[in-house]
Design a protein around this ligand. Sequence first.
Ligand code: FAD
Length: 403
Amino acid sequence: MAHQDDFDHDILILGGGLVGSALACALHGRGWRVSQVEASLPQDGAPGFDERKLALALASLNALQALDVLPRLATPPAPIRRVQVSRVGDFGSVRLEASDHGREQFGGVVLARELGQALESRLRDCDGLVRHRPARVTAVHPGAEGPEVQLDGEAGARRLRTRLLVAADGTRSLVRAAHGIGVREHDYGQTLLVCSLATDQAPDGTAYERFSAQGPVALLPMAGGHYGAICAVAREEAAQVLALSDADYAAYFQQRFGWRAGRVRRVGARSGYPLVQVVAERLTAPRCVLVGNAAQTLHPIGAQGFNLGLRDALTLAETLSGADPGQPALLAAYAQARSEDRAQTLAFSDGLARATANASFPMHVLRSMGLLALGQVPGLADPLVAGAMGFRGRVPALSRGGA
Ligand SMILES: Cc1cc2nc3c(=O)[nH]c(=O)nc-3n(C[C@H](O)[C@H](O)[C@H](O)COP(=O)(O)OP(=O)(O)OC[C@H]3O[C@@H](n4cnc5c(N)ncnc54)[C@H](O)[C@@H]3O)c2cc1C
């Protein structure tokens, strides 16, 4: 058994993206020696803190409020008061109203860059948190008594030993690979184009999702009178669509989305993200645990990735206890606590993505997922809506808010 002084940290979080940073906030003040390693420069923001628009479930808003992150956002979340779901070639649409479920909103939309800045501001106030940034972990050596990481930073190369190593290092996690944890991977063969967009109708709290054989298209209400637009295109067409002029992209988006939100007037710069699902075969190894995209990277269509990753982080913070947070029983309890929410969210996101990406996928599949009957049969929407709001499985205490 190693002596306490052999450890540089009790908990080392590799990754300063949305999930690793939220975890560092949630662990603050619990008495452990916590450190975080992030490769990017603070002034650049982590790679995930970009112009993507994040639909945050109500449970996530509750938690970010409790963690004192939400009040630091430059722009408050734009509320999602209703969701309208439609499909090209099918008559009508499904409309879900938050007020029908006793809520003012299902969630809210924020800019990932601004959420990153709010987290950064919060982390600066976390006394005692040791931040290695910019620094890169170049090697991970698993160990039953405590893993060691090789760190390459401004102060040169060094090795750090920790009682618990948290992999918050994203889709291509080095920690996961070093611990021999395999993945199930699926490439959807599509690229998601993301931009800001304005139409001649100001957003009124409606989030639109439109499915077609070409892939999903969605509009999220944003502050400032514009929308966050996402549009999936076949991978082989992505470069061509990305190269369209603003006017041509506006016309392309209009043709894909239709007229439910009015005439597209302006579009902003587009970025493209390849759509893959990467799911770790297990969540733990001796003194090591996976959270966020390192644990599972989802198709963004269901807007579940960060919401799910935040619940990973909150559940981990709730589960860890005692002088030795890397004890096997604690990690087993974490994996157990995450299993239901994880399985259901993965099934929902993947089912939605595959159903909408496949031209021959009939509408009755969406119907069987409950999407069409939702608007018609009272009560049927509740489990799905509760899940979309983040109240699924064992709900972390910080997410409950007034729920
Ligand atoms: C277009 C798009 C739209 C999305 N929309 C939504 C949405 O509406 N709602 C939602 O909930 N989710 C959404 N998501 C998903 C969400 O963005 C991700 O789930 C989330 O950003 C994952 O955060 P993470 O911290 O787990 O991983 P990452 O953001 O990948 O962070 C990992 C961090 O680890 C660092 N790192 C990695 N390796 C090392 C190393 N060896 N040394 C040092 N540092 C390292 C990286 O620099 C990085 O900052 C969307 C995703 C995309 C692509």
